[in-house]
Design a protein around this ligand. Structure first.
Ligand SMILES: Nc1nc2c(ncn2[C@@H]2O[C@H](COP(=O)(O)OP(=O)(O)OP(=O)(O)O)[C@@H](O)[C@H]2O)c(=O)[nH]1
Length: 230
């Protein structure tokens, strides 16, 4: 389900010095195989962060995800207008006990943030402002793109969060809102569209090459998270 967003929201701003996109030289850009952008996915436990990122990176619905411990990394490289863009997606743990030692890592040099709630869980929606607050506390610049995603739209009879309420909250922060389902096969393209929206916005900004997660975590592609092949 696509939610109409106001044109020119958050994304059309220019990154300032407090934001995480660092300039790199034209020469580095010319030789770099792909620009890499770090996107973190945060929200309460059980809202479907792992399933959403798996759907985007692996193409399928992950049937039996375990609770994320620490963080899982997934990547997908996109060709956008003839340029390679690599999205490095950090699927973070929603449970406090599995995330507290990792929080600093999540927010370091982040380029975009996706706040996820579950449309069948009012409490997960009510937590969104706390996640936004945590993000700000960790010095994520105000111009780093942020979006809100309501997941599990396939559970129509169990919906607790009306679209109007979600849109109202998203508008109050000037974030785009998407509602989708990681589970419903028909929503696959919509899940892709969420990440593509971010990719296009990031692409139009300055370039940056980040260290691969495998370089910074001993080649395992994870920091305390569960292993899920993608
Ligand atoms: N019906 C439905 N169930 C979903 C959807 N996405 C995820 N789930 C289910 O929700 C549960 C939690 O999914 P996860 O992706 O592990 O949630 P998470 O937010 O990563 O949880 P933590 O790792 O604990 O932070 C699992 O049982 C999934 O099968 C969806 O779109 N629709």
């Amino acid at each position: 389900m696509a939610i109409e967003n106001k044109p020119g929201d958050e994304f059309d701003t220019v990154f300032g010095q407090s934001d995480s996109l660092e300039p790199s030289s034209r020469r580095e850009y010319d030789t770099a195989p792909a620009r890499i952008f770090k996107i973190i996915v945060i929200g309460d436990s059980n809202v479907g962060k792992t399933c959403l990122t798996y759907r985007f990176c692996g193409g399928t619905f992950l049937k039996n995800p375990e609770a994320t411990i620490g963080v899982d990394f997934r990547e997908r490289t996109l060709e956008l207008d003839g340029e390679s863009i690599k999205l490095q997606i950090w699927d973070t743990a929603g449970q406090e006990r599995f995330r507290k030692s990792m929080v600093e890592h999540y927010y370091r040099s982040v380029h975009a943030v996706i706040f996820v709630y579950d449309v069948t869980s009012l409490s997960s929606f009510e937590s969104v402002p706390e996640w936004i607050e945590e993000c700000s506390r960790h010095c994520v610049g105000p111009l780093v793109p942020r979006i809100m995603v309501g997941n599990k739209c396939d559970l129509r009879d169990r919906r607790e969060v009306p679209t109007t309420a979600a849109q109202c909250l998203a508008d109050s922060y000037n974030f785009p809102l998407f509602e989708t389902s990681a589970k419903e096969p028909g929503e696959k393209e919509h899940v892709d569209a969420i990440f593509l929206t971010l990719a296009y916005r990031l692409k139009s900004h300055k370039q940056l090459r980040l260290k691969q997660p495998s370089e910074s975590s001993g080649g395992h592609g994870k920091l305390g998270g569960k292993k899920i092949p993608v």
